[in-house]
Ligand binder design. Structure first.
Ligand SMILES: Cc1cc2nc3c(=O)[nH]c(=O)nc-3n(C[C@H](O)[C@H](O)[C@H](O)COP(=O)(O)OP(=O)(O)OC[C@H]3O[C@@H](n4cnc5c(N)ncnc54)[C@H](O)[C@@H]3O)c2cc1C
Length: 457
């Protein structure tokens, strides 16, 4: 196997015999050596195809590694598995300014794509805290969301073309730049959000937008959840389509975010029940400011908001926004954490989050529960800070967070996926018929179950 792999990708692109231990399976666990048979680093689609043919013919399990930022154990491995890393497939192949598309290999870091597009005044709207490490292949494999879903949709809506290698080695290439294509099944959708269970994404063509020329941001303090909802409607209406983000932090989370990180001083007093981060993106510097400030003024007049800080420069916008983006600092003060990204209808969110927090904080092994989220998409994140790491206690926490999802037709994963960590709870969001169909697809495309086995179900 090792010799055959070296023949495919070259000597220097295979790590094994202990050398793989210099790697790791998650960016938050760089001190824990990778457990695997070895790591292979293809540089071309053909090499991915040959490697998968080899793995498949031996019935060898293989786990795909992208930027290793997922939050569901998707890149964990065992000692009998190989790792296929996309790290060396990191070329941006084309930017088409007239079609407004960018085509890249799967291992390109998301932030690099964003910056490359910006150099041509084009805009890739994907934005989340891990953008400096996540690879576009991993972002597509997890159908990542982030902070601009309300206006631009999930990753899925930005993917125009995709190239994928099936577990058997067959290359399915459709790097189209067109938006409309009803020529039968839209096959790329099968692989977007499939968490690498159906194929290895090797290239993608993404849709770009005109780079906005105005960006305004504000942080506001709000007294009740009902007023948060009223504020959302008011700003959506008043910004004439410019509203691009509307992110909520509950008081405990805001206080933690602005107290843990000493560099991140709180721009507002820390005693409001809710804090909302609002972003407007538009194309007229002066008019957009009037709209944005006008919206906030109207909200203040109606007493929907009780306090606000409006960023006055690009640096201030980034600083304000970093309170919301740098949520990884929230985990640092706890012995252990559990992360949740549930979806709920906005109408039940307030009561549901309150009851989850109260019941979790009643456990002696739970220190704090920190809720925040992409409220406008019905997506709540919870970081549960714990005093221990026992499985038994983790399950008790899961049971409370997931207990009403089915009843409210919510989802166990708004954006992070299922991976290994949430498999037991897939049933809260999918019917048995849906799960059976998913298994049929997996069996059809990966009959030997070699690629990212045991993920999702
Ligand atoms: C601080 C932080 C903030 C985050 N915020 C958000 C957020 O706001 N919204 C959100 O949606 N997510 C968020 N995430 C998680 C997000 O899903 C991941 O950051 C990202 O989408 C995964 O990309 P990656 O390259 O790191 O993939 P990895 O973690 O390497 O892999 C993720 C999964 O995809 C598979 N995979 C990787 N590459 C490929 C490929 N080329 N082909 C097929 N399968 C592949 C892997 O096997 C694994 O199952 C956040 C994560 C962090 C650490």
């Amino acid at each position: 196997m090792v010799e055959a792999l070296k023949n495919i990708v070259g000597l220097e692109n295979v790590l094994h015999d202990g050398a793989e231990k210099a790697r790791f399976s998650h960016i938050w666990a760089t001190d824990i050596p990778l457990v695997a048979k070895g790591v292979v680093f293809p540089q071309t689609t053909e090499q991915v195809s040959e490697a998968l043919k080899l793995f498949n013919s031996h019935g060898q399990e293989v786990v795909i590694h992208g930027g290793l930022t997922n939050l569901v154990g998707g890149t964990q491995t065992t000692s009998n598995q190989w790792v296929l890393s996309l790290e060396k497939m990191n070329v941006i192949e084309e930017m088409d300014e007239s079609a407004k598309t960018i085509t890249a290999q799967a291992g390109v870091i998301l932030e690099q794509l964003i910056e490359t597009a910006a150099q041509k005044n084009l805009f890739l709207p994907l934005n989340f805290g891990a953008k400096g490490s996540a690879q576009i292949g991993g972002v597509i494999a997890t159908n990542a969301g982030g902070m601009r879903v309300f206006r631009y949709g999930m990753t899925r809506t930005l993917v125009l073309g995709l190239e994928v290698v099936l577990p058997t080695g067959t290359v399915i290439s459709s790097l189209k730049k067109i938006i409309k294509d009803n020529s039968g099944y839209d096959l790329k959708q099968l692989f977007i959000g499939a968490e690498g269970t159906l194929g290895v994404i090797t290239k993608a063509c993404l849709r770009l937008y005109e780079q906005p020329t105005s960006r305004y941001a504000a942080l506001v303090g709000v007294q009740s959840f009902q007023e948060v909802v009223s504020l959302l409607r008011l700003m959506d209406k008043n910004l004439s389509g410019n509203l691009s983000s509307f992110e909520l932090m509950w008081n405990a989370t805001y206080c933690a975010a602005t107290s843990v990180n000493i560099a991140q001083k709180s721009p507002l007093p820390q005693d409001y029940p809710f804090y909302v981060f609002i972003e407007s993106l538009g194309n007229d510097l002066a008019d957009d400011y009037v709209l944005f400030e006008g919206g906030l003024t109207r909200a203040a007049e109606k007493k929907i908001i009780v306090d606000a800080v409006l960023a006055q420069s690009k640096r201030e916008v980034e600083k304000l926004w970093s309170i919301r983006e740098d949520t990884h600092i929230l985990r640092q003060s706890f012995v252990a954490t559990q992360h949740f990204d549930i979806s709920l209808p906005i109408s039940v969110m307030d009561a549901e989050v309150a009851s989850i927090v109260a019941d979790l904080e009643a456990f002696p092994f739970v220190e704090r529960v920190l809720p925040f989220g992409h409220i406008v998409d019905g997506n709540i994140h919870l970081i549960v800070g714990k005093k221990d790491t026992t499985q038994q206690n983790s399950k008790k926490i899961n049971a409370i967070v997931y207990r009403n999802l089915k009843k409210h037709l919510g989802s166990v994963s708004a954006e992070h996926g299922i991976g290994l960590d949430k498999k037991d709870y897939l049933y809260t969001s999918k019917t048995s018929q849906e799960i059976a169909l998913m298994k049929t697809l997996k069996q059809t495309l990966d009959p030997k179950n070699i690629l990212n086995p045991n993920r999702i179900f």
